[in-house]
Design a protein around this ligand. Structure first.
Ligand code: DI6
Ligand code: FE
Length: 420
């Protein structure tokens, strides 16, 4: 097998390595125990891939020879590397004044309509250089990584011109190249109607479909295409056009859907076979059924729910009843979710949406991988997956949902190599 160079700074190794001496929370569906956990378990990796998982007592002899590097995890919990599958960490400026005004009673939509909102971040982001954006996004990314995040999705969407959307995506690629983390990018040109297209949303969608999307795709800058379907953003018909253009270019899609009202966004996403539909506070039973049939993941964003002062949680019981996988993400952004801790999102998903700790942890591992189309690669500790793993100084995996801050990884590995 060829050595892999996916993540910066990792030494190419052919050595075998074993992690043992604690609870292995595989998060794999195939293991019936809660968290897919194996007590006194062991994980063996070869060339950065998981080669064996099981009880330590059953470790095959070919991993027990002298060249194998043994990591004793000292009674800790080993999980898959965490995956933040929905972020907007690249932006300039901040919206703390809008936050203050909203606490004073102005709604998120009213702030957006008054020209605060997304468009104020667009103005700041357009004025910023690539170097500025890299410099301000880097500490946010490092904060996420400090929580054991080994894969992060990053969206554009604060540029809204060809130049500025591509600028954001280049910064996202640079962040991935310069940090020991996997970065997946989403083009979110359909995030808001830019001021130069005010009242001409269809003309802006033409520009996205005919120019921005093909340019981003041909430059290899976007892995997925996202859009914001909402009364303050784009209609379903406009999103439909963006998604059809994405499909023609072979790019998977995902959608900000039903956050502020039931617009049929979940069903729209499902009709395009979207990887995920995100937010979903107002999604109807019909929308949930459509997602189940299409295999679309529900990405729950409790940071946005809390920050905009929402009162209707997403239909978690219906997602459970219909078997829709639920992911959890930060939605890190300057307006609706200034949250840069994925573990805090896990806690909030449990406290605000009543996810079980196991569901919340699956939401940032197995199901988050599916929301990025990476199930075969990451998200569980199973043979063949990348050896992206976190050692946590806790006795039980439920503690990752229980603590409100304060749990720091003891060690983080990407493809079997220390990522710190
Ligand atoms: N939904 C969100 O949560 C972010 N974008 C979106 O479509 C919020 C973006 C912002 O307020 O800046
Ligand atoms: Fe978002």
């Amino acid at each position: 097998m060829e050595p892999r160079h996916a993540v910066k700074g990792l030494l190419v190794t052919t050595a075998n390595a074993v992690w043992q001496g604690g609870v292995v929370a595989t998060m794999a569906n195939a293991i019936a125990a809660p968290y897919g956990a194996i007590e006194d378990g062991a994980v063996a990796a070869r060339n950065g891939r998981i080669a064996w998982v099981g009880r330590r007592a059953d470790l095959p002899a070919d991993f027990a020879h002298a060249e194998t590097i043994i990591h004793d995890i000292g009674g800790c919990v080993l999980t898959p590397g965490l995956i933040d599958c929905h972020t907007h960490v690249i932006f300039a400026g901040d919206r703390s004044a809008e936050f203050e005004a909203r606490l004073g009673g102005i709604s998120y939509e009213a702030a957006a309509r008054a020209g605060r909102g997304i468009l104020s971040t667009v103005a700041a982001t357009r004025a910023a250089t690539e170097a500025d954006l890299f410099a301000t996004a880097s500490p946010r990314l490092r904060r996420l990584m400090a929580d054991g995040v080994t894969t992060v999705e990053i969206k554009s969407g604060y540029g809204l011109t060809m130049t500025d959307e591509l600028k954001m995506l280049r910064v996202a690629r640079a962040l991935g190249a310069e940090n020991r983390v996997r970065v997946r990018t989403s083009l979110l040109a359909a995030h808001a109607v830019p001021p130069e297209y005010a009242g001409r949303a269809d003309a802006y969608v033409d520009h996205i479909v005919q120019e921005v999307l093909p340019a981003a795709a041909h430059a290899g800058l976007c892995d997925m295409v996202d859009a914001f379907a909402e009364s303050i953003a784009f209609t379903n018909a406009q999103v439909d056009r963006v998604f059809r253009a994405a499909s023609r270019l072979g790019l998977p899609v995902k959608l900000h859907a039903d956050q502020l009202a039931d617009n049929g966004g979940a069903a729209l996403a499902a009709s395009h076979g979207a990887l995920s539909a995100d937010h979903l506070e107002y999604t109807s039973e019909a929308g949930v059924r459509a997602m189940a049939a299409a295999g679309t993941v529900a990405v729950l964003l409790p940071g946005a729910y809390a920050t905009v002062g929402a009162s209707q949680p997403p239909p978690v019981a219906a997602f459970r009843a219909h078997g829709v996988p639920m992911a959890v993400a930060t939605d890190a952004n300057p307006g609706s979710s200034p949250l840069v801790s994925l573990l805090m999102a896990v806690n909030l998903a449990a406290c605000l949406f009543r996810l079980t700790p196991e569901e919340a942890l699956a939401g940032v591992t197995r199901h988050a991988a599916a929301a990025l189309g990476l199930s075969a690669e990451i998200g569980t500790l199973e043979v063949g997956r990348a050896a992206d793993m976190v050692v946590w100084p806790v006795r039980h995996p439920r503690e990752l949902a229980y603590w409100m801050g304060g749990v720091c990884p003891q060690a983080v590995y990407i493809e079997g190599q220390s990522a710190r």
